[in-house]
Design a protein around this ligand. Structure first.
Ligand code: GLY
Length: 362
């Protein structure tokens, strides 16, 4: 199949527009994709982590051989998201003499994408980046939209830049080797898109939950392509997250991030988001914005996907404290994205602590 036929979506941002490719076997065709969509690239540095390098590094480098690729490794996961690692990565780009026409290739999950994207944003005042996400979470969300960042000791993603990729390549066959927990975690974000944007997508996940959980490549490919198109729409409307439109992608995330913080790496992102979506839905029901049947439909689907829907411990007051530190807390009140139906745009409201506490303890 021609490489053009893998185009799942386009993010239309004028001169910063780019395509998202999705399909099986694309890693081995990375070079072909780069030749087609970033034709003037003169060289590249592939940034990945040791485990992914073992699995996919050689395939990626072989495919990119026209660009004389170098390989740079970052530590696994969130550990890489530091100012120090971003600095070391920039030093490697200098060592490898990447020039203005060179490309950074981020081969990994959200953390690799964030650090490599950030280094690309600041190196030589910005070089191009190709995102090659390897997890379901990063294929449906973080690789698209140009948010790049590292953490500061005083906060997550505090140091960063908007830097749109020049191409996103989602090889859905890479998802087959993911632990089931990672697939579940990514599916929480898919359910999120269903609730805030696309009732058909929600119904597809309900109908095909088992096949998606067993990483059925064809089903995942269709879901990744649909989510990419949905995310592209939000980015086009609100590239720099200022109008409130893109912020609705944070449905379930305010409570979810607090749960992740409280559980310090012992809970996956999608698990926190699943609990957060149910909690926000309970608030919506209390405010008369959502029918209780729509809350139950979400909780049932998340349960079917093996995702949690309740806070693990009696921790609501600690969670609320963490949420107050969250950047979305304005003038002392926590703001939540509240669903108004399945497949219907949500609203964002300031919600009193007592209401959130009730939603967490229900
Ligand atoms: N992950 C939310 C956003 O890209 O805005």
């Amino acid at each position: 199949m021609e490489i053009e036929n893998f185009r799942a979506a386009t993010v239309g941002l004028g001169e910063r527009s780019y395509h998202i490719l999705a399909g099986e076997g694309l890693l081995a065709r990375l070079g072909e994709a780069a030749n087609r969509y970033v034709p003037d690239a003169t060289g590249c540095v592939v940034v990945t982590s040791p485990d992914l390098d073992q699995l996919y590094g050689d395939t990626a480098l072989r495919s990119l051989r026209r660009l004389n690729p170098a390989r740079v490794l970052l530590p696994e996961g969130e550990t890489a998201k530091t100012w120090g690692w971003a600095g070391r990565l920039v030093s490697s780009l200098i060592d490898h003499r990447l020039d203005r026409k060179g490309v950074v290739v981020a081969l990994g999950g959200g953390s690799v994408g964030d650090v490599a994207g950030f280094a690309a944003a600041i190196y030589l005042r910005g070089v191009r980046v190709i995102q090659v996400p390897t997890t379901l979470l990063s294929q449906v969300d973080s690789s698209i939209g140009g948010k790049t960042a590292v953490n500061h000791s005083l906060g997550k993603n505090v140091i960063g830049a908007f830097h749109q990729p020049s191409l996103v390549v989602c090889d859905t066959s890479l998802l087959k080797t993911l632990p089931k927990g990672e697939i579940r975690s990514g599916l929480a974000e898919v359910v999120k898109y269903g609730v805030i944007n696309d009732a058909n997508l929600f119904a597809t996940v309900e109908e095909k939950a088992d096949r998606l959980l067993s990483a059925d490549a064809a089903e995942l490919e269709a879901v990744v392509a649909r989510c990419a198109a949905i995310k592209a729409g939000y980015v086009e409307l609100d590239e720099r997250d200022t109008s409130g439109v893109r912020a609705t992608l944070n449905y379930g995330h305010t409570v979810g991030h607090a749960i992740e913080t409280l559980n310090r790496g012992r809970i996956r992102h999608g698990e926190g988001v699943a609990i957060g979506m149910v909690s926000a839905s309970r608030v919506s029901v209390e405010y008369g914005l959502l029918h209780v049947g729509e809350l139950e439909r979400q909780a049932n689907l998340l349960g079917k996907l093996g995702l949690p829907t309740r806070v693990p411990t009696a921790a609501s007051s600690r969670l609320i404290k963490i949420m107050h530190r969250d950047k979305k807390a304005e003038s002392g009140t926590i703001r939540l994205v509240l669903p108004t139906g399945i497949g219907v745009p949500p609203v964002t409201r300031a919600v009193p602590d007592a209401v959130i506490e009730r939603s967490l303890e229900a």
